[in-house]
Design a protein around this ligand. Structure first.
Ligand code: DX5
Ligand code: ZN
Length: 225
């Protein structure tokens, strides 16, 4: 999949939390393959969302790839709970995890794919030592904590850097971006070389979701290197 097409991971953060199963159905009917689960603790980021029980309860209702993004302090304490919840990918933030190598290996040993996320102010060099072992790098294109923010264009240079490193070093990670991806920005994202784009508010604000995803896919395809 590297360098070929852009997958969309739909974030339920911007959905109606009173009816999550309806949201799953909309995502599946729209044709997206991944569900992005934004876990927030009110400390690493200001908002609180949900924990592993919510994810575990959703799991039997969906065949989507469960892509958990842990925006929490000391995420290593929650890895086992999110593994048990049935996540396919668990992504931790470089900024909130001291023993990153150990935590990422714990995710992989537990049978899930391990992701590392970096905030807009964090350079790629700070995750250099773990790039050989991660399955996904999540480049935040907004400061984490809220849906509906504007994409910070400067962050896309980190995607280009990660594409180059993957090629030079023979690494195997997918490159994802999170924040501000919509019909106006998807071409820039795809042109940078993104494999998986997280989309929240742009999807849930659109009435015709199948049309939206078809259009996003077509725009991304035109621009992808
Ligand atoms: C932001 C979250 C994102 C958010 C993206 O902290 O990590 O996943 O849901 O939402 P949009 O697409 O609205 O920027
Ligand atoms: Zn996210």
């Amino acid at each position: 999949m590297n360098g070929k097409r852009t997958e969309f991971s739909i974030s339920i953060l911007s959905s109606d939390f009173s009816s999550p199963l309806d949201s799953l159905a909309e995502i599946e009917a729209g044709g997206a393959g991944w569900l992005h689960l934004d876990v927030m603790d009110g400390s690493f980021v200001p908002q609180l969302t949900f924990g592993p029980k919510f994810v575990k309860d959703l799991r039997p209702h969906s065949g989507l790839v469960f892509d958990a993004h842990l925006m929490i302090d000391s995420p290593e304490r929650q890895i086992d709970a999110f593994l048990d919840a049935g996540c396919d990918i668990i992504t931790l933030h470089q900024e909130s995890c001291i023993h990153l190598d150990r935590a990422l290996n714990r995710i992989k040993d537990g049978g899930a794919r391990a992701g590392i996320a970096i905030n807009p102010s964090t350079p790629v060099c700070l995750i250099g030592p773990v790039l050989p072992l991660v399955d996904l790098v999540l480049v935040m294109t907004v400061n984490p904590g809220f849906g509906g923010q504007r994409l910070i264009q400067g962050c896309l240079s980190k995607v280009v850097e990660l594409v180059g490193l993957r090629e030079e070093e023979g690494y195997d990670y997918l490159i994802s971006v999170d924040g501000g991806v919509n019909l106006d920005t998807v071409q820039d994202v795809a042109a940078a070389g993104v494999d998986v784009a997280v989309v929240g508010s742009a999807f849930f604000n659109e009435a015709d979701k199948p049309w939206f995803l078809e259009r996003m896919t077509a725009l991304a395809k035109e621009s992808h290197k």
